[in-house]
Write a protein that binds this ligand. Structure first.
Ligand code: WT7
Length: 658
């Protein structure tokens, strides 16, 4: 479990109040008021039906929820809508076509603004051309792109045509892309020639070529690769005739008028692969009506959104669920104006984010705690050098936020004026689930506070009994919610096993997080209780990194754990046993192993530390005792070693660890 300072029991002082009430002025005109809780409590389904009807439906739904085939939910039964039309056409038709949808801030210094009318025209072109390629509703499209406007255009064009997209983070390796393309049997891959990294061009399409292979090894499902020219700087750019197509020569020439069709509320909208405890990443399936309902509702109410005056900025990449929900569908379905930033926070220097806030007068800023801790490390002189007075609301997502970082965020970035919303949710939940409402709920530093109106959660013990305040238990969701995952792509058994078998008798969703309520009823999420690590807000399974390591010819066995890390929340620490006859070449070997994992999965999965050991601590039943490895990695006294086959293995491990 994460140990990022989740005490929650510290005593209150004048300087460090236990809870922060919403600022009066903010509360007085807040979008969401306390009656939202009452309304949802009075009739949960009627509440969700009302939220759904805030969208534009081509055919109204007849039933709010069909849960008869649990855990396979159907929300807004019989309803038909087009998700892209809800994000674009609706706003243009309402007379807001000239409102900026996206202020794109690119590298190296490129910028571009797109209004709703312009974005609709771009999406229409892409939809027209992708339709011409012969893809039909239900066909899957893989999107492997950096943070360029065309990535959002591609996503919305897929939504418009009813083609479920599978966005693969552009930092993932060719191998990771291939396994996702194969699993989803994608017909089309959309990518760019290259991407900028800290201002320097790097190839990207080459990874697509490597992933898709040739001849016997070619990915069977893929018919075309559509390539946006971004860097124009790959001297070895490979081109497969008949398969590869330039975006500007095809989409660029298509008509900007496109009439959409409406799809069933349960039509698949996207797949997003995420790590689990075992096996390969699973394709989490989200559908249209329920997803968009909860995304639009949470964006509006949790971010207190005012479309005429707010400038929203979500710092996530489109490769993660936060990017899908709060960079694409949430802001655009609300007609918001938002920042889309291509670069990193310290390129060209550490002032980058604050310059952008100042220049575009950002009002609402939503990032992961790991970034806040990085800002803390860089020092407050950096944000202090900028006018951040446009900010009025701050958000946190992806991992537990330690109270110290929360307070720093509130004081230094928010000038003690802006409420903070700490939002708990998951790839699987699709949208925010547990979070304060900024004008209503008191906020405690480090607590996500309470389930949002319409959402129900419990904290229970092994026998499904609610735990007492202060006690730790499992976080479960005991009622279905509109944006819940509808399955794991192609694997119903895995869907049931992973999420619904732990509390099968009760029919509850098992989130995989530990949590507790405090004496005031505030909910504290404590982190994963399974073998899933959270590094800088990214989810990586220990088994994935272990299998990458044993895929190296020198490694016989590997055990990986997430050790507490001051900046990234958790850091990956690997213990490896070398194959017999393999020479321990010290740092050279360690670097080679790190590079191997980086290439096999992604630089995100690169271990912080790799320790070569002669043996791993195992129980008599052969299970690796990760808890003890964690003690070693975090420099603690060892816990109970009595069940180990060979209690002396630790002397060797400690000696090696220095
Ligand atoms: C896991 C889900 C939420 C979208 C980005 C991550 C952890 C997420 C919080 C929070 C404490 C959090 C949980 C969860 N998590 N938000 N506010 N407080 N923990 O999505 O990759 O699917 O990861 O992130 O452990 O289970 P994800």
């Amino acid at each position: 479990m994460s140990s990022a300072g989740q005490s929650g029991t510290e005593s209150a002082t004048a300087e460090h109040p236990k809870a922060y009430p919403p600022p009066e002025e903010f509360a007085a005109s807040a979008v969401a008021t306390a009656d939202l809780y009452d309304e949802a409590d009075a009739d949960r389904l009627a509440f969700w039906a009302k939220q759904a009807r805030a969208l534009q439906w081509d055919t109204d739904f007849t039933d709010t929820l069909d849960w008869s085939n649990a855990p396979f939910a159907k929300w807004f039964v019989g309803g038909k809508l087009n998700v892209a039309a809800n994000c674009l056409d609706r706003h243009v038709e309402a007379g807001n076509g000239d409102r900026v949808a996206i202020h794109w801030v690119g590298e190296p210094g490129d910028t571009r603004d797109l209004t709703y009318a312009q974005l609709l025209a771009e999406v229409s072109k892409a939809a027209n051309y992708i339709g011409e390629l012969g893809l039909t509703a239900g066909d899957r499209v893989a999107i492997y792109m950096p943070m360029v406007p065309e990535a959002i255009v591609a996503i919305l064009a897929c939504a418009r045509l009813g083609l479920p997209h599978s966005v693969v983070f552009a930092g993932f390796s060719a191998a990771a892309l291939r396994s996702r393309v194969d699993d989803a049997e994608a017909k089309l891959v959309i990518t760019t020639d290259g991407q900028f990294r800290r201002g320097k061009p790097a190839p990207l399409k080459s990874a697509v070529d490597e992933a898709l292979g040739t001849g016997e090894d070619a990915a069977k499902s893929v018919e075309h690769v559509l390539v946006v020219k971004r860097t124009d700087h790959d001297p070895d750019l490979n081109w497969v005739q008949g398969r590869d197509l330039w975006w500007h020569e095809t989409v660029g020439q298509a008509s900007d008028q496109h009439s959409y069709t409406a799809f069933d509320a349960e039509h698949p909208l996207f797949l997003l692969y995420t790590s689990g405890t075992t096996g390969k990443p699973k394709g989490i399936l989200h559908t249209s009506g329920g997803y968009l309902t909860q995304i639009a509702y949470t964006f509006k109410n949790v971010f207190d959104h005012r479309p005429e005056t707010d400038v929203f900025w979500c710092g996530a990449d489109i490769g993660w669920v936060t990017g899908h929900s709060y960079l694409v569908y949430g802001p655009l379905s609300n007609g918001a104006t938002e920042i889309v930033y291509e670069g990193t926070p310290n390129s060209p220097n550490e002032h980058r984010h604050f310059e952008i806030i100042e220049k575009y007068k950002v009002t609402t800023y939503y990032v992961a705690p790991t970034l806040i801790r990085t800002f803390m490390k860089w020092g407050r002189e950096i944000p202090d050098a900028h006018d951040l007075t446009s900010l009025r609301l701050l958000g946190s997502v992806g991992e537990p936020i330690n109270p110290e970082a929360w307070r720093w965020y509130r004081t230094v970035i928010g000038a003690d004026r802006c409420p903070i919303v700490d939002t708990w949710w998951q790839t699987e939940t699709g949208a925010m689930m547990i979070s304060p409402l900024p004008g209503v709920t008191h906020a405690k530093p480090g607590s996500a506070m309470r389930p949002l109106p319409g959402i129900s959660a419990k904290i229970v013990d092994d026998d499904a009994n609610p735990v007492a305040p202060g006690e730790q238990g499992y976080l479960v969701l005991d009622q279905p919610w509109p944006s819940m995952l509808r399955g794991v792509w192609g694997d119903d058994d895995r869907f049931r096993d992973t999420y619904w078998s732990r509390f099968a008798a009760q029919g509850w969703y098992f989130a995989g997080d530990g949590a507790r309520y405090d004496e005031d009823g505030a909910l504290w999420v404590l982190g994963r209780i399974d073998d899933v690590m959270n590094v800088s807000g990214h989810r990586i399974s220990t088994s994935e990194v272990e299998s990458a390591l044993v895929g190296h010819s020198g490694v016989a066995e590997a055990a990986v754990i997430g050790a507490a890390d001051e900046t990234t929340g958790q850091g990956i620490v690997a213990f490896v046993i070398l194959r017999s006859g393999v020479e321990d070449r010290g740092d050279e070997l360690i670097d080679e192993l790190k590079a191997h994992v980086s290439k096999d999965i992604s630089p995100i999965a690169k271990p912080r530390e790799i320790i070569v050991v002669p043996e791993l601590p195992k129980t008599r039943s052969g299970k690796i005792m990760r808890r003890l490895l964690k003690d070693v990695a975090e420099g603690r006294e060892l816990g109970d070693t009595s069940t180990l086959v060979d209690p002396t293995v630790f002397e060797n491990i400690r000696r090696r660890n220095g």
